[in-house]
Design a protein. Structure first.
Length: 211
């Protein structure tokens, strides 16, 4: 039997700081959360290490139900035999937890979006990444045809909108939205400046939130 590797020292130190700091300040909250969760918001975010939804929105434990993947993508509803990690999380969040909002959170300098753009130039992204970012094929075609100079940001925005459209292909989401029990949102985070732009469904634009 192989011996388990020791925990990295910086992670151990961080854990001790958490226990002495945030946990000590919120011990009652953690005790209450041990009985169950009822988050009002689900966030679908990129797994990029620079974009942490909890930090961006300064929330407490138990307020966000978070799913993270490459390029914050939502596949359309499908009944194939493949694994459905995102679909399972959506179903649990909406039908099990009763979240009131779903936010698709994209960001600047997204590596998954860059991979999708590179694929258009014949540069494969990787065995597993390539088929995943194919979800961006349709919005990528629209962006490339638009003539926009900043194709990276344009596709980051378009990917968020595409994911919002794909959310509505799930019947339990469509039903909840039509019943007024669920709202869908999109936002884009600029890493360098920490500016957040909110998707306006009426105009189709991403508008910076005033600070």
């Amino acid at each position: 039997m192989e011996t388990a590797l020791p925990a990295p020292a910086d992670l151990v130190q961080g854990y001790h700081q958490f226990k002495a700091g945030k946990y000590a300040q919120q011990a009652d909250l953690y005790e209450a959360l041990s009985d169950g969760q009822k988050p009002p918001v689900m966030v679908i975010s990129c797994c990029d290490s620079r974009v942490d939804p909890g930090d961006i929105f300064d929330v407490l434990p138990g307020q966000f139900f978070v799913v993270r993947n490459v390029a914050n993508l939502v596949p359309p509803c499908s009944c194939s035999d493949h694994n459905h990690a995102e679909s399972a999380a959506l179903e649990f969040a909406v039908t099990g937890l009763g979240v009131q909002h779903i936010l698709v959170l994209g960001h600047a300098a997204c590596g998954g979006v860059k991979a999708a753009l590179s694929a258009a130039n014949g540069q494969p992204a990787g065995k597993f990444i390539a088929p995943w970012v194919e979800l961006l094929d349709k919005p990528r075609q629209a962006v490339l045809a638009s003539g926009k100079q900043d194709k990276q940001t344009a596709l980051e925005h378009a990917g968020i909108v595409s994911s919002l459209d794909n959310l509505m292909t799930f019947s339990f989401i469509e039903d909840a939205v039509e019943a007024g029990k669920l709202s869908l949102h999109g936002a884009w985070f600029a890493i360098e400046t920490a500016e957040l732009s909110w998707y306006d469904q009426g105009s189709g634009d991403f508008l910076k939130l005033e600070t």
